[in-house]
Ligand binder design. Structure first.
Ligand code: ZN
Length: 345
């Protein structure tokens, strides 16, 4: 079975060239994809807009209305760093719906795994607020759709964007059908994602946050995934793994203080893919989030896509290695293994 991709065809007019979250990001990935020769081997899924019911399953009516209203204007700002244009409503509906479409293809068995190449990004969008460049929470809409309509019992969402996926955490904080696991630099926007935040009520123990000191890169991430993230996924036993695939943890990224390389991202995806093969018949979908250095973004997304197609090619970072020593994550790993309900005992 092939790897599915879908590209949001309406993203380009949601653009602000002075803003880092701009149309050139997805253009860079599609250009790299076209140049790679990989595209012919992929199953290309038609993009489609989310329905309002799909949005309402995770967002409030007033938040959805605000995005619709903002997009009636040529240019406006929902908060100081989240813009809309007259095309943003269509772009945001299409981003969320395209994530749903790829998940449907993978769960339905027509693709082995997949990557939704979408923007605007989604993981900061909360139940009631668009924020942090994000209008609707694409990965959350897709997860909820899988549970409500595709007979999926449990979903693990792994978020390796450099920023904490506060919106995704909020949406599923009390829901034991979704395990949300985030690695993120700390301190950094939006300031959430503390170790002690592990979910509440029925969702107690189904949130796992790994706030990382600035400078953590490939070696630290490999240990965090081997010792915390993958064991937690094994323990949770999801029926589907979704990945909030943000590439602003790359060492060259202008927003992110971590030091992952392109090869590091490929290695994380390989680990997640192996876990998916072990626990959920390989069902895994990446959904694009951040990443603001265009070459690093395109190379990292392409490396992950190659891993999904099972090409075990040696990945070399075209920008070079990070070249810094990393802070030690041993104490964080030890605390997680001792304290987190999914790992302790
Ligand atoms: Zn980010």
């Amino acid at each position: 079975m092939r790897t599915a991709i879908a590209i949001n065809p309406r993203h380009a007019a949601h653009d602000e060239p002075r803003h880092v979250e701009q149309a050139a990001r997805l253009h860079a990935i599609t250009a790299a994809l076209n140049a790679s020769g990989l595209r012919a081997s992929l199953l290309e899924i038609p993009a489609r807009p989310a329905t309002e019911d799909q949005l309402l399953a995770v967002h409030s009516p007033s938040m959805i209305e605000l995005v619709r209203w903002s997009a009636n204007r040529p240019h406006s700002w929902i908060d100081h760093d989240t813009y809309t244009t007259s095309a943003s409503w269509d772009a945001a509906l299409m981003a969320a719906g395209t994530a749903v479409a790829v998940v449907e293809a993978v769960v339905g068995g027509s693709a082995r795994n997949g990557f939704a190449l979408v923007r605007p990004p989604g993981h900061h969008a909360t139940p009631t607020e668009s924020m942090g460049f994000c209008l609707f929470n694409n990965v959350a809409v897709a997860a909820r759709y899988a549970i409500d309509h595709l007979s999926i019992g449990r979903v693990a969402i792994v978020d390796f964007d450099v920023h904490h996926g506060n919106g995704t955490q909020d949406i599923f904080y009390t829901d034991d059908r979704v395990f949300f696991c985030s690695t993120h630099a700390s301190p950094l926007y939006p300031g959430t994602g503390a170790e002690r935040d592990i979910g509440s009520g029925k969702g107690h123990g189904t949130t796992l946050n790994l706030p990382l000191p600035h400078g953590v890169g490939d070696a630290g991430f490999a240990r965090l995934f081997d010792d915390v993230v993958i064991p937690a996924i094994r323990r949770y036993r999801p029926d589907l793994i979704l990945v909030s695939a943000g590439y602003d943890g790359h060492w060259a990224d202008p927003l992110g203080p971590l030091t992952l390389s392109v090869a590091g991202y490929a290695a994380l995806t390989r680990r997640l893919m192996e876990a998916a093969e072990e626990v959920c018949r390989g069902r895994m979908v990446l959904v694009l989030e951040g990443g603001y250095h265009l070459r690093a973004l395109a190379a990292s997304a392409m490396a992950c896509l190659e891993v999904l197609t099972n090409k075990n090619s040696i990945v070399v970072d075209p920008l070079g290695p990070a070249g810094e020593s990393e802070p030690d994550v041993s104490a964080l790993i030890a605390r997680m293994r001792q304290n987190h309900p999914l790992l302790a005992g």
